[in-house]
Design a protein around this ligand. Structure first.
Ligand SMILES: Nc1ncnc2c1ncn2[C@@H]1O[C@H](COP(=O)(O)OP(=O)(O)O)[C@@H](O)[C@H]1O
Ligand SMILES: [Mg+2]
Length: 258
């Protein structure tokens, strides 16, 4: 069964895209067939794996497609990346229009799910990079996914807004996707030397209990630099602590004991 994981937190700058890019790269390097869906109009996940969009159709066109899907038609939205086991459905700034244009469409909440149905069986993992909002795009992401990974930045106010996210997840479960689960909370940009990071780790472990990944992503400049080269950290500098952390996270997700 394909694992479809949404990477969600309506706060911007918490490490969603960094996690989507590097976790999907790590899974693909373990030879798991992986698809990254860029559902953020900023298109940072697309750029982060080094994909440039020209005339190719993107997630925007896929969400607004009116004719019923066939697997062949859905394939036209998938692009290859530099990693053999990693594909992407890219996004550009046009995707911002979908938030408004979808409002008047029938089955506006299940558009992504219908698209994914056509291609899911070809992959072991599908990771979706969600936008920093709780609008219709994020709703499509939550309806299309089987679980949610919540990146939480180790900083003051880390837990602010999480009640709202958890409430949106609950409403999605009630109305559209009863099977949706919490995959786990992921602590990001952790600085082991600071008291603040320690406090956030404690707080997040208290609220999410066992639903917190053991892997903690450190704050390292290499993780911030890699996107400017269009490379996941594993291709930019595999020995760096950030790369090791995302490989450990991939192992945790794959259920490999460490
Ligand atoms: N672990 C990390 N260490 C250092 N910088 C990071 C780390 N994770 C993310 N960043 C940087 O922080 C910024 C926000 O991260 P990003 O993944 O784009 O967050 P989001 O997708 O939630 O908005 C980016 O500039 C990114 O390069
Ligand atoms: Mg992002």
């Amino acid at each position: 069964m394909t694992r479809i994981i949404a990477i969600c937190n309506q706060k911007g700058g918490v490490g969603k895209t960094t996690t989507a890019v590097n976790l999907s790269a790590a899974l693909s390097m373990a030879e798991r067939r992986t698809l990254l869906i860029d559902a953020d109009p900023q298109g940072n996940a697309t750029q982060g794996v080094g994909v440039t969009v020209g005339d190719e159709p993107t997630l925007y066109e896929a969400l607004l497609e009116e004719t019923p899907w066939t697997p062949e038609a859905a394939s036209g939205y998938i692009m290859k990346t530099q990693l053999p086991f990693l594909d992407i459905v890219p996004a550009t700034h046009h995707l911002a229009g979908a938030e408004i244009e979808l409002v008047n469409c029938v089955s506006r909440e299940t558009r992504l799910r219908e698209f994914l149905k056509m291609i899911a069986q070809r992959y072991d993992y599908i990771l979706i990079d969600a936008p920093p909002s709780l609008g219709l795009l994020t709703l499509n992401v939550l309806v299309g996914a089987k679980s949610v990974l919540i990146p939480i930045q180790c900083e003051y106010y880390a837990l602010q807004g999480l009640a709202e996210l958890l409430n949106t997840i609950r409403l999605t479960q009630q109305s559209f996707n009863a099977e949706l689960q919490i995959e786990g909370a992921l602590l990001t940009m952790h600085q082991s030397s600071t008291v603040l990071s320690k406090q956030v780790v404690e707080e997040v472990r208290n609220s999410f209990q066992e639903k917190v990944f053991h892997s903690v992503i450190p704050r390292t400049i290499k993780l911030a630099e890699a996107p400017s080269y269009g490379k996941p950290i594993l291709l930019y500098d595999i020995a760096t602590p950030g790369a090791v952390a995302y490989m450990k996270l991939a192992q945790e997700i794959m259920g490999i004991k460490q």
